[in-house]
Ligand binder design. Structure first.
Ligand code: ADP
Length: 327
């Protein structure tokens, strides 16, 4: 009911809608309508109410609900259902709990994560209202082996969405995006599968959108940044989120239908922060110097070690560091 009232107000942006009209439409008393208006106001909607004229929406809050992003969303199933939380431990953990019951494309989004996760048990800082902290449930009909490159599909989607907003980024294989050489986006993919069948994949995407310098812990300052810090202005989270979901679906549909990785891998290759660089491949605490040569069609990193040996590195098992530092 609250959502339907909001929709009418949003569809009539500059007009007043009378309480009488709303109460007729929803077969409810005018004080009943007022209760919902009050709830919307408490959520941060600025709604003007003028006697004898009615209600008019003046502005909407900066929150990542479906009602707030759907006007820019042109997907058929990605992001069409959103579980939205003010605060949660980890969006990936919540998405995994509900993955069996939910349809493909369902999202978990939180304004804050208290136990945000990175890969290999690392943590991900996610301050309130400043980023996009979300997880997507997917159920592709692919063999588990063919799903390995899906993190890169997500990275390509985020890269394209940022580009649509005139923000340049580079993809650090396999799961980060850098802006001005520092990490601004991290992706964490988790999968539940049988031998030959995927039950579900949860892709967590954490984007440092409007974090200020002081939101980034001292020990991360040298390698982490935000879009706001690099662009010198606040960025519309809703626009960025809907853009990412649109770009994601555009890449995901052909990937699942034709198992074609060509398009998103070319985005990853052309905008790679890794290819052509000297890197350190860290596997089970063992470090090896190498040069990153390419990303192959499975999404693996092709590296050449100092002894000349060439190997295809699978993303699940390694961390990649720059020769001198993080990148
Ligand atoms: P890595 O980049 O080391 O392979 P992950 O991609 O799993 O690791 O990301 C987790 C790491 O990212 C953490 O150990 C921390 O160093 C860093 N980190 C944590 N939160 C953020 C953030 N919001 N932005 C950028 N980097 C972060």
């Amino acid at each position: 009911m609250k959502k339907s009232i909001l929709k009418i107000l949003k569809n009539n942006k500059d007009k007043f809608i009378s309480g009488e009209k709303l109460s007729e439409e929803f077969d409810m008393t005018r004080s009943g309508i007022w209760k919902y208006i009050k709830m919307l106001k408490e959520e941060g909607y600025d709604i003007e109410s003028v006697p004898n004229k009615g209600y008019r929406i003046v502005s909407s809050p900066d929150i990542l609900t479906l009602e707030e992003i759907e006007e820019n969303l042109n997907t058929s199933f990605i992001g069409r259902k959103i579980y939205y939380y003010d605060s949660i431990n980890s969006t990936n953990d919540r998405a995994k709990e509900m993955a069996f019951e939910e349809n493909e494309g369902t999202l978990v989004i939180a304004e804050e994560q208290t136990k945000g996760k990175g890969r290999l048990g690392r943590s991900w800082i996610s301050p309130k209202g400043k980023g996009i902290w979300m997880s997507m449930i997917l159920k592709p009909e692919l063999g588990p082996i063919n799903a390995g490159s899906i993190t890169l599909l997500a990275a390509a989607a985020v890269h394209s969405a940022l580009k649509n907003l005139d923000i340049n980024s580079e993809i650090k294989w396999p799961n980060d995006l850098l802006i001005e050489g520092k990490k601004a986006v991290g992706i964490l993919t988790e999968m539940s599968a049988e031998l030959n069948r995927i039950n579900y994949i949860v892709i967590g995407i954490g984007i440092n959108v409007n974090l200020n310098e002081e939101d980034i812990p001292e020990d991360l300052k040298a390698r982490a940044t935000s879009i706001k810090i690099t662009q010198n202005k606040k960025v519309d989270r809703k626009k960025l989120l809907s853009n990412i979901l649109n770009e994601f679906e555009k890449l995901y549909i052909p990937f699942v239908r034709e198992e074609s990785t060509a398009h998103f891998l070319s985005i990853c290759r052309e905008n790679s922060a890794t290819i052509g660089r000297k890197v350190k491949i860290i596997k089970n605490k063992e470090e090896k110097g190498a040069k990153a040569l390419d990303i192959n069609e499975k999404g693996e990193l092709v590296v050449q070690y100092e002894d000349g040996k060439i190997e295809n590195v699978f993303s699940g098992e390694v961390s990649v560091r720059g020769n001198k530092g993080y990148i």
